[in-house]
Design a protein around this ligand. Sequence first.
Ligand code: UDX
Length: 427
Amino acid sequence: MKITVIGTGYVGLVTTCGLASLGHQVWAVNRTPAKVRKLEKGQILFYEPGLGSLLKKNLKNRKIHFTTNFKEAINKGNFVFICVGTPPLADGRADLSAVKKVAKDITRYAKKPLMIINKSTVPVGTGRLVEKILAKNSHKFNIVSCPEFLSEGKAVKDFFHRDRIVVGADNKLVAQKVMNIFKKIKTVKMITDLETAELIKYSSNAFLATKISFINEIANFCELVGADVDEVAKGMGLDKRIAPYSLKAGIGYGGSCFPKDVKALKQMAAGNGYEFKLLKAVIKVNNLQRRLVIKKTKEILNNVKGKTITVLGLAFKNDTDDIRESAAIDIINWLNKLGAKVKVFDPKASKNAKKVLNSKIIFCSSPKEAAVKSQLLIIATEWSMFKQLKWPVIKKLMKKPNILDGKNLLDRKTLEKYGFNYVAMGK
Ligand code: UDX
């Protein structure tokens, strides 16, 4: 099939490479010529394991065509995927300006009826809004919602091995045609109406965020009663109705999805006259969880001012260079404000973090360099490389052997054996 994808961010580029790997011809649109030139050479604009090689393979097979030419691209086939960003506005609502611009341009340039498939995370009712914009073109368009559920860091795997594919449309025949694009992927396939598909995406993310805030509250309670949150989560997750995923306690959720989507769903509900009480609490717990790192730091060091503190991890999670809504960034800013000398290391996200962090923050090229003369080392991202560090060597480099494991990544017994004072979250 001939397919057009608008947008080459996480969702757009993974969709482009994934669809090409399924055998489709894909025209991917980015309006910036310099970015298109990079993509044509197989260079991706962010770090995502496995995506670069998949892109190169499909460029070689001539399955992917990058272009800045919106008009030509949308008229290639019958399917147009919208994969543009919907960042949060100041009040928490999703910013739909990019989606609206795409809809307006399709209205202007489409020379035939098309199936417009939205993959961006958009509030319920956006499909109808796009439909309204497109009504100005004389052709008949079918609006479809096909939400994306990929996680950063394992997006390629998520494309081919998904728990479900959801397609929502008024016309079931159209929904089936869109579903056929994914014929080669074996998974549960669900066809719904437009609004339901849009809400499945928000509800899924909000529910996963709720699980994380729930386990973080359990972690805080564990500390009061001497229980171990990781063991509690393990025991809970054995119940198939609960499942073990999104039950890892720590410094709360970050990233480009959960914080934005939870707020957007709360706002969406409010806009429809419904107060989403649970989500209010989910957000509050998540904000407090980041703050808890500062409280624990003060307990360990007494006075933060003038102390050297190492933060390992800047990305909002492992296997990505994405720092959007990263708890690590907030924590570093707070420590800096309190007068600490903060030394940081991340295997992938330093370049992005340099753009937002204060010039006083010291970026290091290895965990060892970051540990020199440090009085406290904080783990802020769950990179697996931090588990493999030579901790006795790190201890020798540090001024005081204090570890605050914000991600419950390390093993207390081992670290205590090496002589560290090990503090975790809910253990
Ligand atoms: C999420 C959803 O998982 C995905 O389905 C959706 O399409 C987009 O949003 P993503 O933001 O890439 O994906 O990462 P995810 O692995 O879900 O983690 C989000 C945040 O929650 C990270 O900051 C992570 O560290 C944190 N987290 C995750 C926890 O604190 N505990 C957990 O158990 C899981």
